[in-house]
Design a protein. Structure first.
Lengths: 381, 182
């Protein structure tokens, strides 16, 4: 280091920094969709963060009011498009509870299998993309993609579509499973387990990855609850709160599974909770395959052709892949919903971004955003 | 991995709504609220001017401890007015409550509600969304600008009177904000 003579030595004032504004997004690979955040930085340190959303706003709630209950369903799996079946499940559950329809037993099991496959699918996407955020480049992405592709192939076989299957239907599911479903699903589960282990080894076994994530943006349970954070991000703070256990819906109360939790609520815990959750989803699917009635109705035969629901309101909450996926539904006669409000977990988790990012470094801000695992289709509705 | 044992939170299945309704009876009388029931939760109808006091009581009293604002939904009834539905949840007791605040129709000078940001950080974006979608004013909200819509677009799409089609955005007009041209 150059030692300057006294008269040339740098003064205190020369080290003063000026706050600078950096715009990230809306088209930036690190924002996982069309999300924009404006960071104010002092050197490398983030002093302020202003998130901008709405680039993917499609007016879901307004559209839902204009179509009848069954037509509107197609828009709902486009909210959390990484786990379309979970969204369909929640929407159909809302309509069924408004109208008071029962769902046949076999359909209940099929729904849970599909929802859990979607959850695994979404978490594979997270592991892949998050690994890429932290710096594993494309490797984790490709590992995640391998299993996702197989799950999507199974969805295609069952429902005819991969991302937006519109398979779950008010009163049950659209059609029965194909003949070879059980054996294929069992083969898929073995493949999924291998996939999780591979990613676990690639990421958790990587010291650079662990050191980047551990201790970053820790959060207490109280704070997370106050900010409305749910899902894996909340469970990472140490509270085993999962709506599949806390307020069971469908047949979840009959199934055995654990709720993985973290300790510090930091980025590593959020990652690890999701990873551990995938094994539990596999457990759930295995139980469903074993216990499912081998034949029977998959759609309530009492459903009228046109659904008319008299005055009722309900708030249905499901454990989506990102947290509490709540639907507030209101019927006032007629064939269309009077009001359907989506409480999307990504939206609420993202609203806490400013609190998490301020005080961290710019490079870490991207990782913190990645650890929230947002889906913009769900944020913007 | 789990440290559930050391936590003050009890994650239990929901307490039967009937018991919650009993406990809420006295609170409802105190704040001029009426008890009801939706298909999923106990409902409490409360006038807008008593909302803040009610929520403070519900959050702080140990029998309730509603520490989590799970959802907030505006509803428009056209000429009959509007309403806001809040869903609160208590992590310590595991029960859910819906609060309904009836409001006058859109454009009425009293179509405003006190903001709940001081109680729940989660209320921030929920209120911004309801403000732009329904034109409801939230008194005391620190930053009530558009969230999902274009920043200078002053329309309220979720009002029943707002048309779905035949609408076209006119932007860059000198003499006013961007709006709809029918």
């Amino acid at each position: 280091m150059t030692v300057w003579p006294d008269q040339l030595a740098p003064t205190e004032a020369e080290f003063d920094t000026v706050d600078m504004t950096i715009n990230i997004g809306p088209q930036h690979p690190a924002t996982h969709g069309v999300f924009r955040m404006v960071l104010t930085v002092d050197g490398e340190l983030v002093v302020d963060c202003e998130p901008y959303i709405g680039y993917l706003h499609r007016g879901l709630e307004k559209l839902t009011e204009t179509a009848d209950y069954r037509q509107a369903m197609g828009w709902w799996d486009r909210t959390d498009y990484l786990a379309g079946m979970c969204c369909e499940f929640a929407y159909c559950d809302t309509v069924e509870r408004l109208a008071g329809f029962e769902v046949p037993d076999r359909a209940q099991y099929i729904r849970v299998i599909m929802a859990e496959l979607s959850r695994i699918n979404s978490h594979f996407m997270f592991l892949g993309a998050f690994g890429a955020d932290v710096g594993s480049f494309g490797t984790s992405f490709i590992y995640g993609w391998r299993e996702r592709e197989r799950i999507y192939d199974l969805f295609e076989e069952v429902a005819g579509d991969r991302m937006f299957p519109t398979y779950i239907k008010v009163g049950g599911v659209t059609m029965d499973l194909p003949e070879n479903f059980e054996s294929r699903c069992r083969w898929l589960i073995a493949s999924i387990k291998q996939g999780i282990e591979d990613l676990d080894g690639l990421l958790t076994g990587n010291e650079i990855f662990v050191e980047r994530c551990r201790g970053l943006s820790p959060m207490s349970t109280e704070e997370a609850i106050g900010l409305g954070i749910t899902g894996p991000v909340l469970r990472a703070t140490g509270i085993p709160w999962d709506l599949r256990k806390a307020e069971p819906y469908g047949i979840y109360s009959q199934l055995n599974f654990d709720i993985p939790t973290g300790r510090n609520g930091d980025v590593f815990d959020r990652y690890f909770v999701r990873l551990s959750e995938m094994y539990q989803s596999v457990r759930i699917i295995e139980q469903c395959l074993a216990e499912m009635p081998k034949s029977g109705l998959v759609l309530n035969p009492d459903l009228p052709k046109t659904l008319r629901i008299t005055d009722a309101e309900v708030y249905v909450r499901h454990e989506g892949t990102k947290g509490e996926y709540g639907v507030f539904g209101m019927a006032k006669g007629g064939t269309n919903a009077y009001r359907m409000k989506l409480r999307s977990p990504s939206f609420c988790n993202l609203s806490a971004l400013r609190r998490m990012v301020v005080g961290s470094y710019v490079a870490d801000a991207v990782i913190i955003l990645g650890s929230l695992d947002i889906v913009l289709g769900e944020v913007d509705k | 991995m789990s440290k559930a044992a050391s936590l003050p939170y009890v994650v239990t299945p929901q307490i039967p709504n009937a018991r919650l309704a009993d406990a809420l009876g006295a609170v409802a009388a105190q704040f001029g609220a009426t008890l009801g029931q939706t298909k999923s939760d106990v409902n409490l109808d409360v006038p807008a001017d008593r909302l803040r006091d009610l929520v403070r009581t519900l959050k702080e009293r140990s029998a309730f401890q509603f520490d989590y604002l799970r959802n907030m939904a505006g509803v428009d009834f056209g000429e009959e007015g509007m309403a806001i539905k809040y869903q609160l949840y208590s992590f310590r007791h595991g029960h859910t409550l819906q609060i309904t605040v009836p409001l006058p129709p859109h454009n009425h000078p009293h179509a405003s509600v006190p903001s709940l940001v001081e109680f729940y950080g989660a209320a921030d974006w929920h209120e911004r969304e309801a403000a732009e979608m329904f034109g409801i004013h939230f008194e005391g909200h620190p930053n009530l600008k558009n969230l999902l819509l274009e920043e200078d677009l002053h329309i309220h799409p979720l009002l029943k009177a707002h048309p779905l089609q035949k609408a076209e955005i006119k932007q860059g007009i000198e003499d006013g904000p961007a709006g709809f041209n029918f």
